[in-house]
Design a protein around this ligand. Structure first.
Ligand code: ADP
Ligand code: ZN
Ligand code: ZN
Length: 747
């Protein structure tokens, strides 16, 4: 007799166990691990996923119910996905239901409104003669609507269905008839419009230079020998990393295997995607967050069917259900978007490496400014490191200079723009060249600094900036240390001390005041909310419809603007003193990236970095384009403070509407952990416990959040502590049920 362990209805996040059912003989052949099945549950009939099949009953067979049937049309999930879900649950902390929901493509039940485009079918688009014959026939038979649509499609290749109906005045029945005839196809509008089939043929491969060839060959040789490794390619923007990926991808595809290519959403632009289409044609597909769940599900199905063999997308593309995955590439590996903000809080890099292990695939990481974590692992031999030193197109690195804002203030300039920046802006406006002004954080007061001497108020215990809270106190997020807000600078006594409030809007206004004739575009979360808002603004700017683009992070990632010859970074310190141990790293990466935006054409560019502390190593090393110098200093700091990657850090965030309950529970979990840690002894090194401490924003929507932190050299010690806490939480459901608990590893 056979039994199935089943995870019921994964929509219930809190459930964290399997239920056993009898697997009747008639279902033995059709049910496998990963099948979705119908089961009786209490009085209801629900669905669940089979995660294990066994001949050992876990309880009395007399009382056990039977699996009823297999859910029609469901894609049985690969048993590897279930293994992956368990791995995630174990390493990041979540219920198995939450982990499964993350890795499984889930079809939403609600019907979703779909936008679609109409395009000529492959048959007709590749055979113009045939299309012309059909057009002539429509004309002769006075099929006016059909004629109108087909001639429009002949011109444009693909058109929005909405436009077809409203502007071309074509009815649904005409469209349906043409689809049935096989002349046109209906497609989701997700794919960056109209990747014209004919264009594929024109794609010309570029011949890799020696540096690129060497890297690609090493990876391919390993691959052919069956060595699966993780590689880190460090190479400045424009050094030709993407060409190396394309070369290795082609090799892997030729072996009949599939590829996942991760690109941060923000860099997933038309140009990037077209490079892949042109090289590999329509076996390429993309995923992005603007797609509905249904559309995403369709992409997963196509991957499962073998229609798609290269999946490009942000971190969720990792879960494309390929049956023969050979390679995962993660471009811009250092991007914080690769860390999930939902539960489980998985990191795409680590998860990719685990998936690759399960599928016998290789992993390539690439970045101009690798994450300290990845570089640390590469240095320690865990990853193989390659460096591309030269820009493939030989364009020159821009000239980067800093301006000390303390000096500006001292000399009477209170404007947002230093005199040097204003002078260069004037010059570029006169020359009709373009300017970008970059604010490396949204208008937000976090840290408190002195505008006269640059002093930043930091926690005496943690070396991170204190954060101003509404109650007039300054608080450290890492240990809960607090002190009263300051009226004068503790270092120089100046009264010019306080939080910084600058937003892109304020900058736009300031630009207009000083340069009334300049045409300014602004790009931030407010102006890009629309469906393609962000791409539209970039296109407008690239098309020369503005002189100055003001924006946050979005403007410095993945876009080429050859006419930009000046980049102004308005306040480098903004990201430097956020209360986060990765603040220096993020700042260095952002500054380096921003600097890379200027002067990519034939005209060399200028970069001006404004700061209250221009000698800070994050800024100095960025000015000198010195990654290794930055890394050396940063890793010393991490080592000293026992931060990742040298040590590991687990945070436990408890949230509840009940303030008293959440604080008590945090104390309780702390003591549970402390007892466990004492039992463990010190043979694996000590564990530091910090907290409970209030979250940055203690109360949001009447929900209170407190944090506990644990630091330890070994990751597995932290997961053991997590398991202990999870067990305690399960066993004390009465007190814990009103508290939401989230684990986060290495932030
Ligand atoms: P990265 O991914 O490192 O930013 P890309 O691969 O996008 O670099 O290359 C930057 C530019 O240089 C692209 O326009 C690309 O077409 C071009 N390029 C890259 N490698 C070569 C090469 N070997 N020969 C000619 N052009 C190249
Ligand atoms: Zn502290
Ligand atoms: Zn001061």
């Amino acid at each position: 007799m056979w039994f199935a362990d089943i995870i019921v209805d994964i929509s219930i996040d809190k459930l964290d166990k399997t239920f056993q059912y009898i697997l009747p003989d008639e279902l033995l052949d059709v049910v496998e691990i990963g099948s979705q099945v119908n089961i009786p549950f209490g009085r209801r009939r629900i669905t669940g996923y089979v995660v294990n099949i066994t001949d050992e009953a876990s309880f009395d067979v007399e009382r056990m119910k039977q699996v009823e049937s297999v859910v029609n049309r469901s894609v049985p999930i690969d048993s590897r996905m279930i293994k992956l879900a368990y791995w995630m649950k174990h390493n990041y902390g979540s219920t198995i239901n939450q982990a499964l929901k993350t890795v499984l493509p889930i079809k939403e039940e609600i019907r979703e409104k779909k936008e679609s485009i109409l395009a000529l079918s492959e048959e007709y688009s590749s055979d113009i003669l045939r299309l012309d014959t059909l057009l002539a026939e429509c004309e002769r038979k006075h099929y006016a609507a059909k004629y109108r649509l087909l001639s429009a499609l002949k011109e444009d290749g693909a058109i929005d269905e909405g436009i077809v109906k409203s502007k071309l005045n074509i009815s649904s029945s005409t469209i349906k008839a043409l689809i049935q005839q096989g002349v046109i196809e209906q497609k989701n509008s997700i794919v960056y419009r109209n990747p014209i089939h004919k264009e594929y043929a024109h794609s010309s491969k570029c011949v890799l230079n020696n540096e690129q060839r060497f890297v690609a060959n090493c990876i391919i040789e390993d691959y052919d020998r069956g060595n699966r490794e993780t590689y880190l390619i460090k190479g400045v923007t424009g050094s030709g990393k993407t060409e190396v990926y394309l070369d290795v991808i082609e090799h892997v595809l030729n072996q009949g295997r599939q590829v996942i290519m991760l690109i941060p959403e923000i860099a997933l632009t038309y140009q990037t995607v077209m490079r892949f289409y042109k090289r590999f044609g329509n076996i390429v597909s993309i995923l992005n967050s603007r797609m509905s769940k249904g559309e995403r599900y369709d992409q997963y199905l196509r991957a499962k069917n073998g229609e798609i063999r290269v999946m490009i997308g942000p971190r969720s593309a990792l879960f494309a259900p390929f049956d023969n995955l050979g390679l995962i590439v993660i471009d811009e590996e250092h991007e914080s978007a690769y860390k999930s903000d939902g539960v489980p809080k998985y990191h795409a890099r680590e998860t990719a490496i685990e998936i690759a292990r399960l599928c016998d695939a290789s992993v390539i990481l690439g970045s101009a400014t690798p994450s300290v974590d990845a570089y640390y692992k590469a240095r320690n031999g865990e990853y193989k490191l390659f460096v591309l030193n030269n820009r493939a197109n030989e364009s020159k690195l821009p000239k980067v200079e800093t301006v000390d804002l303390r000096k500006e203030l001292k000399e009477g300039n209170k404007s947002i723009f230093s005199r040097r920046l204003a002078e260069l802006m004037n010059d570029r406006l006169n020359k009709k060249e373009q300017i970008m002004l970059f604010l490396n954080r949204r208008g937000y007061v976090g840290f408190i600094n002195c505008r006269e001497c640059g002093y930043v108020i930091k926690c005496p215990h943690c070396d991170v900036a204190l954060t101003a809270h509404n109650n007039g106190r300054l608080v450290c997020h890492y240990c809960g240390y607090t002190e009263p807000d300051k009226k004068v600078c503790p270092s120089c006594g100046s009264k010019y001390i306080g939080g910084f409030k600058v937003g892109t809007e304020k900058i736009e206004t300031a630009v207009k005041e000083i340069f009334p004739d300049a045409r300014v575009l602004r790009m931030d979360f407010d102006t890009t909310r629309g469906k393609e808002g962000h791409e539209k603004i970039l296109e407008e700017f690239a098309g020369g419809n503005a002189d100055i683009l003001v924006g946050t992070q979005m403007i410095v990632k993945g876009h080429d603007f050859p006419k930009v010859t000046l980049m102004g970074i308005l306040l480098a310190d903004l990201s430097l003193y956020s209360s986060d141990f990765r603040a220096q790293e993020r700042t260095f990466q952002l500054l380096t990236q921003a600097a890379g935006r200027a002067g990519r054409g034939d005209i060399p560019g200028n970069v001006v970095i404004q700061s209250y502390d221009p000698s800070h190593y994050s800024i100095q090393r960025a000015v000198e384009h010195d990654y290794d110098g930055f890394y050396e200093q940063e890793i010393m700091y991490r080592d000293l403070m026992e931060y990742p990657p040298v040590s590991n850090l687990m945070s436990v965030k408890l949230s509840s509407k009940d303030e008293r309950l959440v604080n008590e529970a945090a104390q309780e979990l702390r003591s549970v952990a402390a007892t466990y840690i004492e039992e463990l002894g010190t043979q694996n090194g000590t564990v530091q416990i910090i907290g409970p401490t209030r979250a940055t924003v203690y109360k949001v929507n009447d929900i209170f959040s407190v944090l506990l932190y644990f630091k330890q050299k070994q990751y597995t010690v932290l997961t053991q502590i997590k398991d202990t806490l999870e067990k305690y939480i399960r066993e004390h459901d009465n007190e814990m049920r009103y508290i939401n608990i989230q684990f986060d590893f290495n932030q």
